[in-house]
Design a protein around this ligand. Structure first.
Ligand code: PLP
Length: 458
């Protein structure tokens, strides 16, 4: 017999999980104003809110915690990280920040001014927040296929070259400080961008004098998809693919809490010394001195180690294989998901799942609450609440996709947990016709409302 697949790691430390009752969960979610962010974590059985900062570090990463050098300036942990970034990404300049949005804040402070235009592929919510906060505008140029969940496209994170060129033609280059390529594209379903597309997009940027930058949170997962899906890359290592990806861009912002498998951290990587010098000023102002930028020395050490482990094929195969495993289970029950499954999460199509709930009553949020009450599984809404209001008209923005994201933490859950999640959703799928009512908003913040919004059942 052919040997079945098994994870290339074993478990050294475990955390117990509390198994709550449906009655308890009904009470807790009501107290949380039906906002999954307001739940206590011990009231959650399987936590798929995010894959951000929730991964399990390796024994090598934990040993870096002890080796951490906490010197204010010139820490050895900083230099270890700098060497790793320059070796792995080929970027000579780097600034540590406390997480990804902090990297955005620092870099955008140096680049973006009022009325600017920032094209890209489905900008992440904090990215868009940092653009709009500066009274600039993010324009989504993702390919149309990304909006059709049932259509199989191997690189749904790709940027539509025509849409991008239209932006470049419409606005002068002085008004377009950068173009952001998000790898993988979180908002469209953890979908990768092909090397071909990275090459074409960055060539177009060069033609119009625009700076291409990665939002690199899941660059390693993107590289893995290139290896297994794109012709010509099957025999390259993930690290070689990563190096090539970064060779086409001028910089990157990174949330290390994703593909670098640490609990906190971020950075900016840059090719240009002048931009680096400019960003240094903002880094010192907002984050900390340029050799720690809001991170402890030990965390920089763990991050350097995590970058190395996170770009190993065996690890990525286990990681992305587990996400695909959950996707396969859901598909076998007939549950509509974004096809194919992405790198870090399975995205359930809530519009197709709950067609009897009006979109004004937040379909994906409704499904998220149902899943929590059913089984104590916490996902997150990627839909109308997240899309927020138009900053000018203040009207709700109804995105094409209304998704419930089930993000899988790295190296944390077993496939038994995946089976549990799948059956919980299948139970709701069975009674979906009877779910006709959603939620209305009681209170919300003026920007990024989904984190703190309070809801009531209709
Ligand atoms: C998480 C994330 C960010 C923001 O990073 P934080 O570390 O959460 O601040 C930016 N872009 C993408 C694509 C992300 O997934």
């Amino acid at each position: 017999m052919e040997l079945p697949y098994a994870e290339p790691y074993k478990i050294k430390v475990v955390e117990p999980l509390y198994r709550s009752t449906r009655q308890e969960r009904e009470k807790w979610i009501k107290e949380a104003r039906y906002n999954l962010f307001n739940l206590r974590s011990d009231h959650v059985f399987v936590d798929l809110l995010t894959d951000s900062g929730t991964g399990a570090m390796s024994h090598m990463q934990w040993s870096e915690i002890m080796l951490g050098d906490e010197s204010y300036a010139g820490s050895l942990s900083f230099h270890k990280l700098k060497d790793t970034i320059s070796e792995l990404l080929g970027m000579p300049y780097f600034l540590p920040t406390h997480q990804g949005r902090a990297a955005e804040n620092v870099l955008f402070s140096a680049l973006i001014k009022e009325n600017d235009i920032v094209p890209g592929n489905s900008h992440f919510d904090t990215t868009k927040g940092h653009i709009e906060y500066r009274r600039a505008r993010a324009i989504d140029c993702t390919i149309d296929e990304a909006c059709n969940t049932s259509e199989f496209h191997p690189f749904k994170g790709n940027i539509d070259l025509q849409k991008l060129e239209d932006v470049f033609k419409k606005y002068p280059k002085e008004q377009i400080p950068l173009c952001i390529i998000t790898v993988t594209c979180n908002t469209s379903g953890g979908q990768p961008v092909s090397m071909q597309n990275i090459k074409e997009v960055t060539a177009l940027c060069r033609k119009y004098g625009i700076m291409p930058v990665f939002d690199a949170a899941r660059f390693a997962e993107n590289a893995y998809f290139i290896k297994i899906r794109e012709k010509g890359y099957e025999n390259k290592t993930v690290k070689e693919i990563v190096k090539e990806m970064f060779s086409y861009v001028d910089g990157a912002t990174m949330s290390s809490k994703k593909d670098a498998i640490v609990n906190i951290g971020g950075f900016i990587a840059l090719r240009d010394k002048a931009l680096y010098d400019k960003a240094c000023v903002f880094n010192i102002m907002y984050e900390g001195f340029i050799t720690y930028g809001g991170m402890a020395g030990r965390d920089m050490g763990a991050l350097a180690q995590g970058l190395d482990e996170g770009t190993e094929f065996d690890y990525l195969e286990a990681r992305i294989g587990q996400v695909a495993y959950l996707g396969d289970k859901l598909r076998s029950f007939g549950i509509p998901i974004q096809e194919p499954t992405g790198g870090h999460a399975v995205f359930v199509d809530a519009k197709k799942f709950l067609p009897n709930v009006p979109k004004e009553q937040y379909q994906a949020q409704t499904l998220g609450v149902e899943l929590y009450v059913e089984a104590g599984v916490r996902g997150v809404e990627i839909g109308t609440l997240l899309a927020d209001r138009n900053p000018i008209t203040r009207e709700n923005r109804y995105p094409v996709l209304e998704l419930l994201r089930l993000a899988i933490p790295r190296r944390v859950y077993t496939n038994n947990h995946m089976d549990y999640i799948a059956v919980a959703l299948a139970n709701i799928w069975e009674r979906r016709e009877s779910i006709t009512k959603g939620f209305h908003i009681v209170s919300e913040a003026p920007i990024m409302r989904h984190f703190t919004v309070e809801l009531e059942r209709v």
